[in-house]
Design a protein around this ligand. Structure first.
Ligand code: NDP
Ligand code: 8X3
Length: 250
């Protein structure tokens, strides 16, 4: 039987690349995000090779998350794989200069959003005694770097929740893994720097950053291990990066 994956943040970057590699490998898709035009065009593209449905909602809106998951049609109700990927950094400034709105966004989306989506999907995995949850953390969840403060805190929370989920869901036979990437060239920095393309491009210049497809490939590897194999987490850097702050640029 074909597996079904629920991917948050499928409208760009790592989530979109994961949708594409899953589709090529016959995994059915529930694609989520706020930008409907992107969801629709990805659905159009991937429907040729696999079954695809889309859900437009904001992960930080608890009622919208519950409504979206409840709205799934009967043939998409069984979710085998949840990819908790939606998230972003908002801003990069010292803690004393940080914006409260940015802090709210990061904690509401990266932490509470991940919890709302997971909570809505746990019951049917528990009922079937089967399921796989992949949480997309970050090197920012393993280390802290200057000006990263609240984004790092949000990803440290993802790291903790990844471990907690595996412990609490263990008796329900549910696998839980995290991937913690270093620098990946996506729209991430455009969002962090609020559309300042020059600043965003500078983050990835002078070295070969990871590409979204590199992380998608690893996610696919993780979810296709035999059921008795559960990878706890993987930290993945571009070769030019040795830690959150050590980057070998030209
Ligand atoms: P992108 O900005 O390209 O993608 C972010 C995705 O998250 C988009 O699809 C966006 O969709 C979705 N998203 C953001 N906010 C919300 C929201 N409130 N509700 C629903 N969906 C939302 O960045 P990446 O692909 O790089 O980021 C994916 C994940 O990887 C994030 O969790 C990020 O923290 C993590 N990560 C990224 C790294 C990098 O260097 N790029 C490194 C380490 C981790 P939409 O706007 O349509 O809602
Ligand atoms: C994204 C990577 O180093 O900008 O999580 O925090 S970093």
């Amino acid at each position: 039987m074909k597996l079904t994956a629920f991917i948050t943040g499928a409208t760009s970057g790592i989530g979109e690349a994961t949708a594409k590699i899953f589709a090529k490998n016959n995994i059915r898709l529930i694609l989520c995000g706020r930008r409907l035009d992107r969801l629709e065009s990805l659905q159009k593209e991937l429907s040729i090779i696999t079954d695809v449905t889309i859900l437009q909602f904001d992960v930080s809106n608890r009622a919208a998350v519950e409504k979206a998951v409840a709205s799934l049609s009967e043939n998409f109700k069984q979710i085998d794989i949840l990819i908790n990927n939606a998230g972003n950094a908002h801003g990069l400034s010292t803690i004393q200069e940080g914006s409260l709105d940015d802090w709210d966004a990061m904690l509401d989306i990266n932490v509470k959003g991940l919890l709302y989506v997971s909570k809505a999907i746990f019951p049917q995995m528990i009922e079937r005694n089967n399921g796989f949850i992949v949480n997309i953390g970050s090197i920012a969840g393993k280390e802290v770097y200057p000006n990263g403060n609240v984004y790092c805190a949000s990803k440290h929370a993802v790291n903790a929740l990844n471990k907690s989920m595996r412990i609490d869901l263990n008796k329900h036979n549910i696998r839980v893994s995290a991937i913690h990437p270093g620098a990946v060239e996506t729209e991430f920095s455009e969002v962090r720097f609020k559309g300042d393309s020059k600043k965003a491009a500078a983050v990835y210049s002078g070295y070969k950053a990871l590409q979204a497809e590199d992380i998608a490939d690893i996610i696919h590897f993780v979810v296709t291990r035999p059921y008795h194999v559960n990878i706890e987490d993987l930290v993945v850097y571009p070769t030019a990066q040795a830690s959150a702050t050590i980057l070998n640029k030209e």
